[in-house]
Design a protein around this ligand. Structure first.
Ligand code: NAP
Ligand code: MG
Length: 402
């Protein structure tokens, strides 16, 4: 078989611990035998980040701007314990935070669905993708603990003077909070969501609490609506998808009753909370993919889970592990498919689809890692170790390709 040729390299961001091992095996077993893989390699494993004073993380994000598509392995975000473990020069920042701030992106998280692994919500049949606004609100707020009587005011000093509003006349103890957002960030969030909906051809929902928050949340609603009407309405009609704005209370009720298959755009706090709820209700963190999309159209694909430290230590001791590689495989297929679309390489798109299908079929046929066994309805399961799960996928992939 001749290997599929690529034109433009993927930006490959390697990572840490168990996911670093899975990463190598996915390439060796599931990609390199079929694709003449072109990547520009950045080792974001903690030792290399430390050695380069974290410059390598910045470089990998800049490469993503240059080439357009990246695939990232999970990485350790160092804490005090990791500083000792890896003898680090500094407590380096979260690589995802660094990359996100350079690409100015929105994170879309979607579950991978298999027939025999049932979500806790019986009606859900298709993925629900959460898009979380990643700027401002309570994550950049100012708070004050009021310890006695006094008047709290909201003061804005602009070029034309001062505007003052009473927040509350305190008779005793209480709390105050001030938060903000900016139109530019809301607008880029809105455009990223509209573009992503067109990209994957799914409806877009956006929810807030505009009936109560008549200026703050109302501004979000208005910016989304204006951009939709002016820039996206016709494109959505052509693609036969819909944009729906609704109150967050109504959205929650609709999400639970729905069968899935849409993108739910959420304000920062709502997205933080709702993505954990949706991920848990779908069954497993190991089956959740994540893609960072920038307003300029750069993509970074990854798994939503971490480096699976507990399994890694077992692996180091020579014990058998059964780590689920689905989300990392889907990060690779997402990136390869996007590269295929951008470069017009049908074969690469086809390969990504076939690899995903072979992975899903493996689980459907009852071959799975330990984490899925408890959730699956298959009676005669075959529980496999980390590497054999990939070998089983490879057998099915070879089957479809021949
Ligand atoms: P984690 O790596 O996601 O693992 C937490 C637990 O979830 C595991 O111990 C395992 O449960 C289960 N799990 C997660 N992924 C799995 C998979 N693919 N297959 C099977 N089970 C899986 O989270 P963590 O232990 O809190 O964090 C470990 C490291 O990852 C930390 O250093 C953190 O900084 C980093 N992290 C990185 C990212 C990222 O790069 N995007 C995200 C989150 C965390 P059992 O042990 O019960 O089997
Ligand atoms: Mg959260």
């Amino acid at each position: 078989m001749t290997k599929i040729q690529m034109q433009v390299p993927l930006v490959e961001m390697d990572g840490d611990e168990m996911t670093r091992i899975i990463w190598k095996w996915i390439k060796e077993l599931l990609i390199e035998p079929y694709v003449d893989l072109k990547t520009e390699y950045y080792d974001l494993g903690l030792p290399k980040r430390d050695e380069s004073n974290d410059q390598i993380t910045t470089d990998s994000a800049l490469a993503t701007i240059k080439y357009g598509v990246a695939v990232k392995c999970a990485t350790i975000t160092p804490n005090a314990q990791r500083i000792a473990e890896y003898n680090l020069k500094e407590m380096w920042k979260s690589p995802n935070g660094t990359i996100r701030s350079i690409l100015d992106g929105t994170v879309f998280r979607a579950p991978i669905i298999v027939d025999n692994v049932k979500p806790f919500i019986r009606t859900w049949q298709k993925p629900i993708t959460i898009a979380r606004h990643a700027y401002g609100d309570i994550y950049k707020d100012v708070e004050y603990r009021v310890d006695g009587p006094g008047k709290a005011e909201l003061v804005f000093t602009g070029e034309n003077g001062e505007i003052r509003q009473t927040i509350f006349d305190f008779k005793g103890k209480g709390v105050i909070l001030g938060m903000h957002n900016i139109d530019k960030s809301i607008a880029s969030f809105a455009r990223t969501c509209f573009n992503y909906a067109l990209d994957i051809k799914q409806d877009l929902w956006f929810s807030s609490k505009d009936t109560i928050s008549k200026k703050y949340d109302h501004t979000f609603k208005e910016i989304f609506q204006d951009i939709y009407d002016q820039e996206y309405k016709l494109k959505f009609e052509d693609a036969k998808i819909e944009y729906l704005y609704t109150l967050i209370d109504d959205a929650v009720a609709r999400v639970i009753r729905s069968e899935g298959g849409f993108i739910w755009a959420c304000k920062n706090y709502d997205g933080d909370v709702m993505s954990d709820m949706v991920a848990t209700a779908f069954g497993s963190l190991a089956m959740m993919t994540s893609v960072l999309v920038s307003p300029d159209g750069y993509y970074e694909f990854e798994a939503a889970h971490g480096t699976v430290t507990r399994h890694y230590y077992k692996h180091l001791k020579g014990e058998e592990t059964s780590t689920n590689s689905m989300a990392t495989i889907f990060a690779w297929t997402g990136a390869l498919r996007k590269r295929g679309e951008l470069d017009g390489i049908e074969e690469l798109i086809g390969f990504a689809n076939k690899l995903e299908a072979a992975s899903l079929r493996t689980i459907k046929e009852g071959v799975m890692t330990k984490d899925l066994a408890a959730l699956s309805e298959t009676t005669n399961q075959k529980i496999v170790n980390t590497r054999n799960f990939l070998v089983e996928i490879k057998q099915r992939l070879d089957d479809t390709l021949s």
